[in-house]
Design a protein around this ligand. Structure first.
Ligand code: FEO
Length: 170
């Protein structure tokens, strides 16, 4: 059984994770328009990954005999100044999500929800990785600077990311 307070907070996180997926999918479309298919593909995988995060919360609520309550998803932005602005916003967004996960962890601790705390551990680790990855890409973009050749090579590198379903990823 899951306490109502935790259930509500986890349902809100389903919404936040699906919004993340929406945001990254929108970014992917914008990157296609910038003629950066590698970045676009990377961002599409990122969007897929966010849906698996949402489903983890979904499954956790179901497993604990809770009620899944899905709310409307806000529309994400559609335009960015360039690839650097996209990745900078990705980092900013992930930092925000880290804050949300930390809040959930705090709640599970004050509510003595041990199952929730164990479940959230995976997300705490995941957020460290999410922020580190965005920072690494931002760093590479800094190095590439205004060099078209550098950006071309980086785009090729970004194309290499493949979606790994969560079961295989854990
Ligand atoms: Fe689901 Fe990128 O955090």
């Amino acid at each position: 059984m899951i306490a109502k307070k935790i259930e509500d907070a986890f349902n809100a996180q389903i919404n936040a994770e699906i919004y993340s997926s929406y945001l990254y999918l929108s970014m992917s479309g914008a990157l296609e328009k910038m003629n950066l298919p590698g970045f676009a593909s990377w961002m599409r995988v990122q969007a897929q990954e966010e849906m698996t995060h949402a489903m983890k919360f979904y499954d956790h609520i179901i497993e604990r005999d809770g009620t899944v309550a899905l709310a409307a998803i806000d529309g994400p932005p559609m335009k960015w100044k360039g690839v650097k602005a996209v990745i900078a916003e990705t980092l900013e967004h992930e930092q925000k999500v880290t804050g949300l996960i930390n809040d959930l962890m705090d709640l599970s601790m004050t509510e003595n929800d041990h199952a929730g705390r164990m479940f959230l551990q995976w997300f705490v680790t995941e957020q460290v990785e999410e922020e580190a990855t965005a920072m690494e890409i931002l760093g590479k973009l800094e190095i590439a600077g205004d060099s078209a050749g550098g950006l071309y090579l980086l785009d090729k590198e970004m194309a290499g990311r493949v979606f790994t379903p969560p079961a295989a990823a854990e």
